[in-house]
Design a protein around this ligand. Structure first.
Ligand SMILES: [Zn+2]
Length: 432
């Protein structure tokens, strides 16, 4: 699939600079959070930071936003307009600490939906499609935007909240849904439930699945498993409550594009915070920092996402000129764990585990034996010889990571299943 750049898109190339300027003028006049941050540096409503000064501005941290909200309850000070202008409140899932509430004006919400149009475009979803959103429509922003953006696109959208997994399957089949939107974990869970109930998903009308909430859909072995189970093309999408829908995969080698019309991307060294220069291959490896340009009501400027990425500006074969993240989001920097001196990223480990189709579910933890840390992988196996699968997985991980894990086979159905954000890596919850 090659994306032809339209004349209109070429004109857009200067826009981020103009949008940033307009945003800063507004923010320095009316946003108490950013005024408090930038005024001590000599900036003001009359002298807002310029586009070229962006790399010198201090970062915005999630912890800073949470503290601000604690000090100025209930919504904090990152508000550019009077409260009466805001029409929606959502909150983060709070998997890594206290939830963060986030307000949007009607205009900021509209901007979210516009960003989602890019994702639907990359997934080749049209008004003829029927989109099933397998998501509990609660306070988490998640797929609310996918739902409304699908409606705006002219597709037929179906909310899948308040239903069991089996009911969701029945609903999407009976309504001939062509597009499934959910987390990658949940796409696999639905496939598992379909199998238990003798439903052949590959013969369903679903032709595209769109995923977010976890890096899974860019993990090659997760992606191929979803595609096989659903007989559909799997499209990854990246976004965050506080940032917006900033990225989507184009179908070329797990490439994830950044929507650079609406977001400014930088890559920094997570330790030193210095900008990372491209290496000999033109790749910047480090933490992704994003500035959103159209969410004026509650913007993030130089926001440290905590996502580890490999960004390149080499042309993507699909023809889109925007920056590409190779392999999507590679992992959360604060989820990386070091065991026996070896850095392990959960998504890399998940890719190794998912190479075994017999493994239906897994959980990873660390145990200590005589002061030695031990990587422990618990697996549910669907097959005849679970012990052989365990031994093969142990060897596979050992070969790839140079670390020999303990692999334990547990009863089928004994590990938790997830709809939203999976917590299969137990150690990553510790100490945070
Ligand atoms: Zn591409």
């Amino acid at each position: 699939m090659t994306h032809q750049r339209t004349p209109n898109e070429r004109e857009k190339l200067n826009e981020p600079r103009d949008k940033f300027q307009a945003l800063m003028e507004r923010v320095m006049r009316d946003n108490p959070f950013y005024r408090a941050k930038y005024e001590p540096l000599g900036f003001s409503a009359r002298r807002p930071p310029t586009f070229d000064e962006l790399p010198h501005l201090p970062f915005t941290l999630k912890s800073e936003l949470i503290d601000d909200q604690q000090r100025h309850p209930p919504f904090g000070r990152n508000l550019t307009f009077p409260l009466s202008r805001y029409t929606r409140v959502h909150q983060t899932s709070g998997t890594t600490g206290r939830p963060l509430r986030w307000l949007d004006t009607a205009e900021s919400w509209q901007w979210w939906l516009d960003c989602w149009q890019e994702i639907y475009r990359a997934a080749e979803v049209s008004p003829d499609d029927r989109i099933f959103v397998a998501f509990s429509f609660g306070p988490f922003i998640g797929f609310w935007t996918a739902f409304e953006a699908g409606q705006r696109l002219g597709a037929l959208v179906m909310p899948g909240g308040g239903l069991s997994s089996k009911q969701r399957l029945e609903t999407l089949l009976e309504n001939d849904a062509t597009v499934l939107v959910c987390t990658p974990t949940y796409a696999l869970r639905l496939a598992e439930v379909a199998k238990e109930n003798g439903i052949d998903l590959a013969s369903s009308a679903i032709r595209v699945t769109i995923h977010a909430g976890e890096p899974g859909a860019s993990v090659p072995n997760v992606k191929s498993r979803i595609e096989a189970a659903w007989g559909a093309r799997c499209v990854d999408h990246a976004g965050a409550t506080e940032v917006g829908a900033w990225g989507y995969s184009c179908g070329e080698r797990n490439h994830m594009h950044i929507n650079e019309d609406e977001f400014i991307a930088e890559v920094i060294d997570p330790e030193t915070h210095a900008p990372v220069e491209p290496d000999a291959d033109g790749v910047q490896r480090g933490e992704l920092v994003l500035t959103n340009l159209g969410r004026v009501g509650s913007p993030v400027i130089r926001y440290r996402t905590g996502d580890l990425v490999e960004l390149t500006r080499q042309p993507c074969p699909c023809g889109r000129p925007t920056a590409v993240l190779r392999g999507g989001v590679l992992g959360r920097i604060d989820h990386m764990f070091i065991i026996r001196g070896i850095n392990v990223f959960p998504s890399a480990l998940e890719n190794l585990i998912r190479a075994f189709p017999e493994i239906e579910e897994f959980e990873v933890g660390v145990e200590h034996h005589r002061a030695m840390a031990e990587l422990v992988i618990r697996i549910e196996v669907n097959g005849e010889r679970p012990a052989d699968v365990a031994a093969a997985l142990q060897q596979h991980v050992h070969e790839r990571l140079n670390l020999r894990p303990v692999v334990r086979v547990v009863d089928r159905g004994s590990l938790p299943r997830y709809e939203l954000k999976a917590r299969r890596f137990k150690f990553s919850e510790e100490g945070r």
